[in-house]
Design a protein around this ligand. Structure first.
Ligand SMILES: [Ca+2]
Ligand SMILES: [Ca+2]
Length: 402
């Protein structure tokens, strides 16, 4: 039905239609008295629609028939009657067209309502989706931040791995050096074992040599002991010879002047240690000899001789306990026992260089230190100088002889 109406051109489709009719369309008055009036209006309208629908085909045929003349009627002043027919036709069907348009708008509204509701739901769902997507986006941002942190950590881990690789390379180098060191140690051990065996052999040989050398050393020690014994004997003989040579022989007696100062008892002990006694001049010749002997070693003319009265005051005797005898060489006023007679303490005798007469005997205090002269038995020390020289020469030529 509408397909047949398509060729119909709506009088409200544009201003051209208004110009075509040449008369303004007047809307049909409609009574509006609430819902009742509206229902009536709708009933009338439906009836008109039915009338309109019943006449639609006829009208369409009329329109078609007139349409062939519309352009000509409207374009040529000679077609006025056709144009009026079309216009009247349009006026007659105007209400129908309006109703159709309303129906179409209602249908469109009814059709769009579900779409609107659907769109609202879709919008709500879309909002929910957007909210969810925003949450997901925030989570994604957080995840991205975490991934960035992980990436930094990964870089640091990569740097650490690189450092570990370098350390690993260094360890490999150290390991190689250690292997070489172990190889060197093994070689040294092998050499050391070889050297140790050689050294052990050498030590054994040295031990055998040491045993032989010990025997030889024992022989040498024995020979050395023998030599030391012979040397000791020779030294004793030489000391005797030297003592004898230091003494001067006078009338068959050896005399020696000591230029050291000792008390009377110390001087007597020194002479005993030398194998003799303090000198005992028993005559004038011996006295002169002793004075010259002493002056040959010292200008000091005070020296002890072996004469004293220690055992009995006033009774002088020689150190060998022999009596003084007829010879004496007392100085003037001597012995005086310290110029106090028997109350003095001068019991030892010495030669004095003091006045009134020099080189005479004086009794004096025994503890005072003076030089002294010793005498020795020439029989014990090869008394004569000629025999002493012969004895020394014989000992030098034959040191092992006894
Ligand atoms: Ca006296
Ligand atoms: Ca005196």
């Amino acid at each position: 039905m509408y397909a047949q109406a398509e060729p119909v051109r709506s009088p409200f489709s544009g201003p051209g239609s208004r110009q075509t009719s040449g008369h303004p369309l007047q809307p049909r008055p409609v009574r509006q008295s609430g819902s009742r009036g509206r229902v009536r209006h709708d009933h009338d309208k439906q009836r008109e629609d039915q009338d309109t629908s019943s006449h639609t085909y006829e009208d369409a045929e009329a329109v078609r028939g007139h349409a062939t003349h519309t352009s000509a009627d409207c374009a040529y002043p000679g077609g006025v009657s056709g144009r009026r027919g079309v216009c009247s036709f349009l006026r007659a069907r105007r209400s129908c067209l309006a109703a159709g348009i309303a129906v179409l708008l209602s249908l469109a509204a009814v059709g769009l309502a579900p779409l609107t509701f659907s769109n609202i739901q879709e919008i709500s769902q879309l909002s929910t989706t957007v909210t969810h997507d925003q949450d997901n986006l925030r989570q994604l941002n957080a995840t991205v931040d975490a991934l960035k942190s992980d990436q930094d950590n990964l870089r640091q881990l990569s740097a650490t791995v690189d450092a570990l690789r370098r350390d690993q390379d260094a360890l490999k180098v150290d390991q190689d050096n250690l292997r070489q060191l172990f190889a060197m140690v093994d070689a040294l051990k092998s050499d050391h074992q070889g050297n140790l065996r050689l050294l052990s052999t050498t030590v054994n040989a040295l031990k055998r040599d040491q045993d032989g050398m010990s025997t030889a050393v024992n022989y040498l020690k024995r020979d050395l002991d023998n030599e030391r014994s012979r040397t000791t004997t020779l030294e004793q003989r030489l000391r005797g010879i030297e003592k004898t040579l230091r003494y001067t022989i006078w009338h068959g007696i050896c005399y020696k002047a000591f230029n050291t100062r000792k008390s009377f008892s110390e001087a007597a002990a020194a002479c005993r240690a030398d194998g003799g006694t303090l000198a005992m001049p028993r005559d004038a010749d011996t006295r002169s000899f002793l004075i010259s002997l002493y002056k040959s070693v010292s200008d000091h003319s005070f020296f002890w001789i072996g004469l004293h009265d220690q055992r009995e005051e006033g009774r002088f005797e020689w150190v060998d306990r022999s009596a003084l005898g007829p010879y004496s060489s007392w100085d003037l006023g001597q012995p005086d026992n310290g110029r106090s007679g028997r109350l003095g303490n001068e019991d030892c005798v010495l030669y004095s260089s003091g006045p009134p007469q020099q080189d005479k005997w004086h009794d004096y205090d025994c503890p005072n230190p003076f030089s002294f002269i010793c005498q020795a038995d020439p029989g014990r020390a090869q008394a004569t100088s000629g025999s002493l020289t012969t004895t020394v020469q014989r000992l030098s030529d034959h040191p092992q002889s006894n």
